[in-house]
Design a protein around this ligand. Sequence first.
Ligand code: SF4
Ligand code: SF4
Length: 299
Amino acid sequence: MIDLTGMNITMASGKGGTGKTTVAVNFAWLLASAGQRVQYLDCDVEEPNGHIFLKPSFTESSPSKVMVPVVDQEKCTSCGECGLKCQFHAIVNLPGDTLIFPGLCHSCGLCSAVCPTGAITEGDREVGTIEKGNGIREIDFIHGVLNVGEAMAVPLIKKVKNGRKDPYVHIVDAPPGTSCPVVATLNGSDAVIMVTEPTPFGLHDLKIAIDVARLLNIPTGVVINRDQGGYPPLTDYLDFAGVPVLAVIPEDADIARHYSQGSIILEALPHYIDVYRSLAENLERLLDVHGVQAGRMRS
Ligand code: SF4
Ligand code: SF4
């Protein structure tokens, strides 16, 4: 099997509910079972669920904080400079009062830099938690858990990615969609595997997600999940766009049942191992075509 050591392979999907995490955890399991050192980074911080399948024993848990400005109203002259310069409308200057809206703040630090009186200092606030541990097959595991109601997912995602270890294969579980958290997750990927379902909604969102990956210049392939005998609009689009199908996984009630029990599909239904092996082989071809140096072949 292809040795992916050192690679960042991101699992993404245009929409939620396509089976992205199922593919991610089973691919991680396959690589680890073949003797590769695998690290799983769950960047789907609003709804992380990789741990349900990889069952890590968490050994570390730490709060993740971001900088937030603090105004000393005694020093503030209400000049309005900070509110004028903040690109994110996180500051409102009222006569005699300067208000910060932490939920809108992107922690850029510009307001404290432009304040002529030194009234703004840097505080912090917690946006979520980073947890690390070891899962089945010795898979090194890290995920971020965003606080309920928190909008600032990107800083937490960056912290999860900063937890990358070497020499490992990094399997990165991206949030669904195409917004800023997805772009933050995709950045730095050697390849992205888009997991889609063969439906009109799946195809619509897949097209947008592929466009994002292309803008970032990341080699992209597709896994068609819950296939029911083919969906020509999807395969026609992929042919037209030149995006390879890396694997096709059929609709199967047994997969759904084992998924609902938090099981690894390849352990419960080993006849699917060949599907994931061909996914690995097709991924290698994709990397080759794009000149991305994969590791040496293992037996
Ligand atoms: S740190 Fe940046 S984003 Fe936050 S309030 Fe200041 S200028 Fe606005
Ligand atoms: S730039 Fe400083 S002095 Fe001016 S309104 Fe903002 S906090 Fe007050």
